[in-house]
Design a protein around this ligand. Structure first.
Ligand code: NAP
Ligand code: ZN
Ligand code: ZN
Length: 351
């Protein structure tokens, strides 16, 4: 297999800073496209993985799974894209394509394990996959998305993870008009959850630990805001929500949020904190409540989400950074100090 070298930003160890390094990519095979990366969003999962908080990180690790770029090369059997097209890549670059989940278009739940954009297994080169904090990426066309022409490119990058991760559970749990939906944690995922739930017609209630985000939450589309650190507000809103999407990246008391659900309501976790979240049986039993999880979304649904965002003119609120500022950005992410997604201008790596 022919390979080529590209510049990237990655880390050699859990406690090490990210720094510039060279990585190898495969040359395009028959169904691959090569993408020159223009923008890459910074997801909290990048930080969890770079620091081995979920265990199993293979080093060196190059994060980045909110990738927008332009196609520079296509394999001989590529039909979906041509050179010069805009393209997006999210959290997966392949899956088995044969199992029940894959056949249903739910590649994220591939029973043999989907191949993640970074820290997955690059079968052609027998090495770990490397993500979007890099100059170029080579991906099978079936895992590459079309980008709506009317959206700002940098602000569209976060849709590839934060967008689909919130869109998919909102659809699965039938969020829409007549429903009161809580979004917990207004970071990259949460702020997209607010915009998407609102566009789906729901009454949106933001639940935040940050008093400083209350005005913003309303600007993003929230109908109401609950400050979760204020016990009186949590108590007066008990039993009011049909559905809650929990987008929190750190340990928190899930039982306090379950109290906000109505009878038969569901709380779905997309946030993936490092440590277990203890659930009291009587947080669920008396009102037949459900506690669930959801992972990103399939390729077909990711395209549906991008088209939905194109129609409704929805993008992420972004703060642009240079790749050289990624370590500072991670520290700010840990403090909840981002409005609401860092996006790397990848031109900074090419200089
Ligand atoms: P983020 O931008 O850092 O946002 C996390 C938000 O959580 C913060 O802005 C804060 O919101 C809230 N928060 C932080 N610490 C808290 C605490 N101790 N108690 C209560 N709330 C707290 O992160 P992100 O990129 O949106 O990612 C969120 C989580 O989703 C991460 O764990 C990430 O790995 C995970 N994720 C999962 C999937 C999936 O497929 N399931 C996909 C992508 C990401 P407030 O200031 O509003 O309280
Ligand atoms: Zn992500
Ligand atoms: Zn599969």
């Amino acid at each position: 297999m022919n390979r080529f070298t590209v510049k990237a930003f990655g880390t050699e160890a859990p406690e090490a800073d990210l720094k510039q390094m060279n990585i190898e990519r495969r040359e395009v095979t028959a169904k691959d496209v090569e993408i020159d990366i223009l923008y890459c969003g910074v997801c909290h999962s990048d930080l969890h993985t770079a620091r081995n908080e979920w265990h199993g990180t293979v080093y060196p690790n190059v994060p980045g799974h909110e990738i927008i770029g332009r196609i520079t090369k296509v394999g001989k059997d590529v039909t979906k894209f041509k050179v010069g097209d805009l393209a997006g890549v999210g959290c997966m670059v392949d899956s088995c394509r044969e199992c029940e989940s894959c056949r249903e278009g739910l590649e994220q739940y591939c029973e043999k394990g989907n191949i993640q954009t970074y820290n997955g297994h690059e079968k052609y080169l027998d090495q770990q996959t490397f993500g979007g904090y890099s100059e170029r990426v080579v991906v099978d066309q079936d895992f590459v998305l079309h980008i709506p022409a009317n959206l700002d490119l940098a602000a569209t990058a976060p849709l590839l993870c934060a967008g689909i991760t919130t869109y998919s559970p909102l659809k699965h749990w039938n969020v829409g008009p007549g429903q009161k939906v809580g979004i917990v944690g207004i970071g990259g995922l949460g702020h997209m959850g607010v915009k998407l739930a609102k566009a789906m017609g729901a009454h949106v209630v933001v639940i935040t630990t940050s008093a400083a985000k209350i005005d913003d939450a309303k600007r993003l589309g929230a109908d109401e805001v609950i400050l979760s650190t204020d016990e009186a507000q949590m108590k007066s809103n008990a039993g009011t929500l049909h559905f809650i999407l929990d987008c929190v990246s750190a340990s928190h008391n899930i039982n306090a949020y379950l109290k906000l659900l109505k009878r038969d309501g569901s709380l779905t976790l997309v946030g993936a904190p490092e440590h277990p979240l203890p659930v009291a049986p009587f947080s669920l039993i008396p009102m037949r409540k459900s506690f669930a999880g959801s992972m990103i979304g399939g390729i077909r649904e990711t395209q549906e989400m991008l088209d939905f965002c194109g129609e409704h003119n929805i993008t992420s609120d972004v703060e642009m950074i240079r790749i050289q500022d990624i370590n500072k950005a991670y520290e700010r992410l840990l403090k909840g100090d981002v409005k609401y997604r860092f996006v790397i201008d990848m031109a900074s790596l090419k200089k």
